[in-house]
Design a protein around this ligand. Structure first.
Ligand code: BDR
Ligand code: CA
Length: 324
């Protein structure tokens, strides 16, 4: 199987870390570059977390670039209530010895990496979309040079998580999200409509708790804060696989059992609904009512019976250490 070449962009909180570990362990994944962004932690703290996660996952050599410190048009807002002050539930490891972020910004790293692998790489975005928007502003041509862009973000029918109608990654930078959705990137949107059902409960948690792998022990540690947070919000025990769902969809599109193509708009003006996604759900809306506008593939159902066990299996697998 040819390797999937990935650029990861995220805010390196608890579920970003789990998604990245799954990808690190996957034998058919080449991680070309990692960029970090404000969101669950500051972009700088997120870079430290990313370097730690890559080291745990056996991929020390992957370059990590610090990205946007703030959104395009609003003040920065860090989700420490969900992910802890260090982004990893208070259990962030020390920066692995001999590792450091690059001295170029993540948006520039995206542009350079895409240009070095034209038509051949996939971007998996698991945080606010500021770096992707900046990359498009720096070099709009990169939009037609990637295979696909899979983002965890937004919600259509499911309630929001940061406000009644908005999901955190979009609400943390709605202007950036609008630029990305309206660009020529081939975007697949994996939002709360599906990630809230990709839920791990007592059975999966038991497997993580009893794992003796480095990734298993690390995940069990960082999950404690996340599980505590979700227990205050939902009666169901466990937590959703937000970012891991996007990572798995990026590798295997057959995990998507239902989706539709539509232009996606982002609400920017309303104070209460800022960051809400607006889509036209009329049948054939994309072809008949919005000709010429770029479509986003909106995922509405995942094969969770396959996705969840595949994720747990891969997460807890012993990594093959890749040479730096
Ligand atoms: C998204 O927001 C972040 O807190 C998570 O890491 C995930 O990317 C879920 O709304
Ligand atoms: Ca994230």
């Amino acid at each position: 199987m040819p390797a999937s070449k990935l650029i990861l962009d995220g805010d390196y909180g608890i579920d970003d870390a789990m998604a990245a570990l799954y990808l690190c362990h996957h034998p058919d994944v080449e991680i070309l570059a990692v960029g970090t962004v404000h969101g669950n932690a500051t972009a700088a703290v997120a870079a430290k977390n990313a370097l730690s996660v890559l080291a745990i996952g056996g991929r020390r050599g992957v370059p990590v670039a610090v990205g946007a410190r703030r959104p395009l048009a609003q003040p920065v807002d860090i989700s420490s209530m969900v992910h802890g002050d260090d982004g990893l539930g208070g259990r962030a490891p020390e920066l692995p010895q001999g590792t450091n972020p690059l001295d170029i910004p993540a948006a520039l790293q995206i542009v350079r990496t895409v240009r070095n692998h034209p038509g051949d790489c996939t971007i998996v975005a698991t945080g606010p979309l500021t770096n992707l928007a900046l990359a498009l502003m720096l070099d709009p041509d990169v939009a037609s040079m990637v295979e696909k862009v899979v983002i965890m973000g937004g919600t259509i029918d499911h309630p929001g998580n940061i406000s009644p109608y908005a999901e955190a990654n979009i609400a943390h930078d709605p202007e950036a999200a609008k630029l990305v959705f309206e660009s020529a990137w081939p975007v697949t949107q994996v939002g709360l409509d599906v990630t809230m059902s990709a839920w791990i409960g007592p059975e999966e948690l038991q497997r993580i708790e009893s794992s003796q792998t480095a990734a298993g022990r690390f995940c069990w540690d960082i999950l404690q804060h996340y599980l505590q947070f979700y227990s205050t919000r939902h009666s169901r025990p466990g937590c959703p696989l937000h970012d891991p769902s996007a990572a798995l969809v990026a590798l295997d599109a057959s995990l998507v059992s239902r989706s539709f193509a539509t232009p996606v708009d982002v609400e920017l003006r309303s104070a209460t609904n800022r960051g809400m996604l607006i889509v036209d759900k009329r049948e054939f809306a994309a072809e008949h009512h919005h000709p010429g506008q770029p479509n986003v593939e909106v995922v509405t159902e995942l094969e969770n019976d396959r996705l969840i066990p595949t994720f747990i299996e891969g997460l807890l697998a012993e990594p093959t250490v890749m040479a730096p």
